[in-house]
Design a protein around this ligand. Structure first.
Ligand code: PEP
Length: 255
């Protein structure tokens, strides 16, 4: 973390978990546990149908509620999709785009990730843009090339001005939901490489102001060490974001 230059963001990705009633109970449980811990932004990204309940429970607290995806069109024949206009109309400010599960199971590509990102930014949203290598790519020693390519493709057409609304989540795919965590050194190295790409694309000032999270089995036990690294500006957390005590411990590690 480098709090002098950029905001630390601890974000939960609930994935396909929590009914509205369960989300309400969870937010009511965790709200007092994270109250006053203002050294980082705290966000939970929720399934669409759960957002309203989570927002109502979070009202007046330091918890923000985001979405887990957004479509690139404003409206139209895209059954099952939700637009940025719809999300902002519901008061949703943050959205995850490009999560590896979307890429793996729902055919999302860097091209659609880029289109979704541009649409979300145009609607005034803040984007948590996920990218990262698969196991074979890490073993082949091409992680730098992969994250560099993804960063460039996913951010194509994003202006330097709009970068203030982009958070990058470096998520090695082999570490998501597997219990395998990148070592703090691996996380630092790759987050640093992504920042170098941002320097190339936008210059030093923008690169140094951009929050780059690590995601991949971050939990109450490993968060402090990961977050101690200068280029790791927070976490995107799946499994541990469903357990109030674990998520709170990660927020504490970010203080
Ligand atoms: C994620 O869903 O982005 C994630 C990092 O999941 P987990 O923490 O469960 O690995």
């Amino acid at each position: 973390m480098n709090n002098a230059k950029r905001r630390t963001v601890i974000a939960g990705n609930w994935k396909m978990n929590f009914t509205p009633a369960e989300a309400t109970a969870f937010i009511n449980e965790i709200k007092p546990m994270v109250a006053g811990k203002d050294n980082c932004d705290i966000i939970f990204c929720a399934p669409y149908v759960t957002i309203a309940a989570a927002q109502a429970a979070a009202e007046g607290s330091n918890i923000k509620i985001g979405a887990e995806n957004v479509h690139f069109a404003e409206s139209g024949a895209y059954t099952g999709e939700v637009s940025a206009k719809m999300l902002t109309a519901c008061g949703v400010e943050y959205v995850i785009i490009g999560h590896s599960e979307r890429r793996q199971y729902f055919g999302e590509t860097d091209e659609t990730v880029n289109k979704r990102t541009l649409a979300a930014l145009a609607a005034g949203m803040k984007v948590i843009l996920c990218l990262g290598e698969v196991k074979e790519q890490r073993l082949a020693g091409i992680t730098r090339e992969i994250v560099s390519m993804q960063t460039k493709l996913d951010l194509a057409g994003v202006s330097a001005e709009d970068m203030k609304n982009i958070i990058i989540a470096y998520e090695p795919v082999w570490a998501i939901g597997t219990g395998l965590t990148a070592t703090p050194e691996q996380a630092e190295e790759t987050c640093g490489q992504i920042r170098e790409v941002l320097v190339e694309l936008y210059g030093k000032d923008v690169a140094e102001a951009t929050t780059i999270q690590y995601g991949g089995s971050m939990n109450d036990k490993n968060a402090a060490e990961l977050l101690s690294k200068p280029n790791v500006d927070g976490g995107l957390i799946g499994g541990a974001s469903l357990v109030a005590s674990k998520f709170t411990a990660i927020v504490d590690a970010a203080q």
